[in-house]
Design a protein around this ligand. Structure first.
Ligand code: FAD
Length: 381
């Protein structure tokens, strides 16, 4: 490839959001280049760990509901195009006290958007899903349409269809610097320089390398994923067991999945127990104390899973103070689109975020309602 080859658009970072953006930009007919510092669908960023929850009755804010509905459509379209099963429907339980975030937040979104759901009391939860043992004052929203995505498979699939649409993707190619040059953007990498009309930054936990913290403040946090050995694997099978998100009695949020074919153990993780880190210095080892801490919640709420921990892996959340995504034009550069701050709940949306990025680049605006995610909200605040 010639030094300083010119593209309509360059995508910096090919994880969850970048791989989807590359596909949608190429599908719109743009000459597009994707740059990734590591390999394809790697496990050093935020889009790995064998499973991600997708759900509709969105506990974080009801503005996410139309976006997630479009994400479902786009995952299904990708399945149709490739013949792969990417989204497995298993049902989902949001469990806690009646005022907890999972219960109150998901019921609010379900009611506001008329989403089908059931509200279960603790006895109903225990009898329908025997591995779960909520205390008597807990309740849950159950939604049939919740499911599981395999992030590595989704990233790989977006990369593959992007290339089929004519995109160029370079791996083991680290972006060192970008700057505005004339009406375009010059991007310097360790393999040479490129230029483009517009740049999409989808660098996940590395986003702070490219966005001044005074414009968009982002914190990176280390989370652990655990796979525990069940006493009886059959009761965790995806045909009978849903994804489940809890607010425990002490306010800690954790969640779990059904078992997956070929994966030893059943996955669980905290959503609020973490340590602040940097993406280049994250501690990858997981201590016995961390495993015991997870086990103590399982003993109380999913006791037949509180045995041997078979495997652990670390991953990173990247979050602004309000935990809402950061999507839109860079506050200082009109020809740069930011996709950042996906805060531990972004993966399910990647199929629509890529489409939004392509609309912003090609049309200057998007059909989706993204006001909640405006990058300049921090300046206004
Ligand atoms: C433990 C855990 C559980 C989660 N669970 C869920 C869930 O159940 N449901 C859900 O919807 N979401 C979930 N999330 C959140 C979701 O996974 C993330 O929001 C999403 O994957 C973020 O994607 P991204 O593209 O922003 O980041 P990444 O996938 O990390 O992509 C960023 C890419 O940029 C590349 N890059 C960075 N700097 C450079 C550079 N200088 N040059 C070239 N390339 C560069 C990186 O190598 C990386 O590949 C979870 C996250 C974690 C960590």
């Amino acid at each position: 490839m010639n030094a300083k080859e010119h593209f309509d658009c360059i995508v910096l970072g090919l994880g969850g959001m970048g791989s989807a953006s590359l596909y949608h930009l190429a599908k719109r007919g743009l000459r597009v280049l994707g740059l990734e510092r590591f390999g394809r669908a790697h496990s050093l960023g935020a889009s790995h760990g064998r499973s991600r929850v997708i759900r509709q009755a969105y506990m974080e804010h009801s503005d996410y509901v139309p976006l997630v509905m479009r994400a479902y459509e786009n995952w299904r379209a990708l399945e149709e195009r490739t013949g792969l099963e990417l989204l497995k429907i298993v049902g989902g339980l949001m469990i806690g006290g009646p005022d907890s975030i999972p219960v109150a937040g998901s019921i609010r979104s379900a009611q506001e958007h008329g989403l089908p759901h059931e509200v279960l009391d603790a006895g109903q939860i225990r009898s329908r899903f025997p591995p779960l043992t909520p205390p008597d004052d807990f309740t849950a929203l159950f939604e049939e349409k919740a499911g599981v995505l395999v992030p590595e498979q989704c990233v790989e699939t977006h990369l593959r269809v992007a290339t089929e649409e004519g995109a160029t993707a370079l791996f083991e190619t680290k972006v060192l610097h970008w700057k505005q040059e004339g009406s375009g953007v010059r991007v310097e990498t360790d393999k040479g320089d490129f230029s483009c009309d517009q740049l999409v930054i989808s660098a996940g936990p590395w986003a702070s390398n490219w966005i001044d913290a005074s414009l968009v403040p982002l914190v990176v946090e280390r989370y652990v994923m655990f796979w525990f050995e069940p006493v009886d694997g059959s009761v965790f099978a995806p045909e009978v067991f849903p994804i489940h998100i809890w607010e425990a009695e002490d306010g800690v949020l954790f969640y779990g999945f059904p078992s997956q074919a070929g994966v030893p153990g059943v996955k669980v993780a905290f959503h609020t127990v973490c340590t602040v880190c940097t993406p280049d210095e994250i501690k990858r080892e997981v201590s016995e104390d961390e495993i015991e801490q997870m086990r103590s919640y399982l003993r109380r709420y999913v006791p037949s899973l509180a045995g041997r921990c078979l495997e652990t892996r670390t991953c990173m959340y990247t979050s602004p103070p309000d935990k809402h995504f950061v999507i839109g034009r860079h506050p200082g550069c009109d020809n740069v689109v930011l996709l950042a701050g996906f805060s531990g709940h972004g993966f399910k949306f990647s199929s629509v975020i890529g489409e939004v990025a392509a609309e912003l680049v090609c049309d200057g605006e998007t059909r989706q309602k993204i006001g909640l995610f405006s990058p300049d909200r921090f300046l206004r605040a």
